[in-house]
Design a protein around this ligand. Structure first.
Ligand code: ADP
Ligand code: ASP
Ligand code: MG
Length: 464
């Protein structure tokens, strides 16, 4: 049995934070931890920017960007290690390789998805090199295993799909023996590798997914997602000032919240862990004794019957398609949505009335092409700069007073679309983007009224 501990960018941003992470990992040693790390702070953004600068032929800016990334890592090494020279030398090798890549991109003025993955992967590789050195400094037996050795994916660079059966085999061979020997394993989140050894990435925020995949492969007791909030909160703390910690969420609730914009978890994250029956906990790196959330695969569905949390996502575009031909026609919706499918447009919320269908799409959907494709079928009205506000909770839909409560809480905001009953746990409203904060705050006040003695938590994120 083992434990997977994943630490996000802010948790590994500085020497001070890394020291806290070392302490947490050392304390967890009896549970045989495998540690999955994100890139330090905002390194991934900087590496993407370096790649773009190189593509534009601006090696100077690209170099500046990566020097920022390596500078942060060098400073951390200097503070963490009595003799940082050997670890620094390995970072210098990475910097030389990265510069060679960026010069190549600049010469060709071409940045392929494969090359971009090779560039941005340096963020996680730097973080794991620094952290491994910090553990060695504390005499902790540790091995750094590159994610390409166990997280096998297809070759879709920038958004690769993990091959879960192969991952189980590779992790059993590459990771399990080290854990069984009492060695701490450190590996990168976000990265994977193809069968021919090319580095891939899982999409932004993908480290949570890596952790769940490793948990599944190792059949871990628990997957811990360490971040900068006390678990999944009742709303995004950047929008609602005093959200509440949520002690337990069902996997379906967590997935729904993530899909509706709760950035704290990657939407696909938890599935591998859930499939394997492993609890996923979300915890605050700076407050390990504080509140946290358990996403419990055994949480009984439909038990809650009220709102667990709110989430919001925007901007989205609302399309209203009207046609009198829809009246009593079979196959009309199929024809309508076939056009969306052919153009690769994802449809999100849908509401239908007698002669019209309203749906939301991403703001960059190709509206002109869509209008052309639907020309003979429907008249389209477009409303941009809208957002979805969702209340999520298992069994919510079977408590219809929730809808009345939400609608009266929103007043005087009148939602343009309401979706209730699409599944058991989601009540969604479309409002103007400019009304999102007010809508979230009003709903939060209605569903999470302040009670004496109930501690709310603030957002401890350091804006940097
Ligand atoms: P990490 O870098 O550790 O992966 P993220 O930035 O991806 O962290 O996720 C944590 C952030 O998610 C929080 O700082 C918070 O601002 C945001 N967030 C959005 N919605 C929620 C929510 N419902 N509960 C907690 N955090 C949320
Ligand atoms: N470092 C990657 C990103 O910034 C992956 C992650 O943090 O999960 O998207
Ligand atoms: Mg994240």
């Amino acid at each position: 049995m083992s434990l997977v501990m994943k630490f996000g960018g802010s948790s590994v941003a500085t020497a001070q934070r890394l020291t806290q992470v070392v302490d947490l990992v050392v304390a967890a040693r009896p549970r045989r931890p495998a540690v999955v790390l994100s890139a330090m702070g905002k390194s991934t953004d900087a590496l993407f920017a370096a790649g773009e600068a190189a593509r534009n032929g601006d090696v100077g800016t690209a170099t500046q960007r990566i020097d920022g990334v390596f500078g942060v890592a060098a400073q951390a090494l200097g503070e963490l290690l009595a003799a940082p020279a050997a670890a620094q030398a390995s970072l210098d090798v990475m910097r030389t390789d990265l510069l060679t890549l960026l010069r190549g991109v600049s010469l060709l003025r071409e940045l392929t998805p494969r090359t971009r993955d090779a560039i941005v992967a340096h963020g996680e590789r730097i973080a794991t090199a620094v952290f491994t050195a910090a553990l060695r400094e504390r005499d902790v037996p540790v091995v750094l295993i590159d994610a390409t050795d166990w997280l096998r994916t297809d070759a879709v660079h920038g958004g690769a799909t993990p091959l879960r059966a192969t991952i189980a085999t590779l992790a059993a061979a590459a990771v399990t023996p080290a854990l069984e020997a009492g060695t701490v394993v450190v590996t990168q989140g976000y990265l994977g590798g193809t069968a021919d050894g090319a580095t891939t990435t899982l999409g932004r925020g993908g480290s949570d997914w890596s952790a769940a995949l490793l948990g599944e492969a190792l059949r871990a007791d628990e997957v811990q997602i360490w971040t900068d909030v006390e678990g999944v909160l009742s709303a995004d703390p950047r929008i609602v000032p005093e959200p509440r910690p949520i002690p337990v969420l069902s996997p379906a609730e967590a997935a729904e919240l993530a899909a509706f914009g709760a950035k704290v978890l990657h939407p696909a994250t938890i599935q591998p862990a859930v499939d394997a029956g492993i609890p996923v906990t979300v915890r605050h790196t700076l407050r390990p004794q504080g509140a946290f959330t358990t996403i419990d695969p055994r949480a009984t569905r439909s038990a809650r019957g009220t709102v667990a949390a709110l989430a919001c996502r925007g901007p989205v575009t609302v399309l209203t398609m009207t046609s009198t031909r829809m009246l009593a026609q079979s196959g009309y919706l199929a024809r309508l949505f076939a056009a969306f499918g052919e153009l690769g447009v994802c449809v999100d919320l849908v509401a239908t009335a007698e002669v019209s269908v309203t749906c939301t799409v991403e703001p960059d959907a190709p509206l002109e092409k869509l209008a052309k494709a639907l020309a003979g079928h429907a008249h389209i009205e477009v409303a941009t700069d809208r957002a979805i506000v969702a209340a999520v909770g298992d069994g919510l839909v079977r408590a219809p007073q929730m809808l009345a409560r939400a609608a009266s809480a929103l007043h005087p905001i009148v939602p343009e679309v309401t979706c209730f009953g699409g599944n058991d746990r989601n009540l969604s409203f479309v409002v103007k983007q400019s009304e999102v904060a007010a809508a979230m705050q009003r709903l939060h006040a209605a569903f999470f009224p302040a009670e004496a003695g109930t501690a709310a938590v603030g957002n401890a994120r350091e804006v940097g």
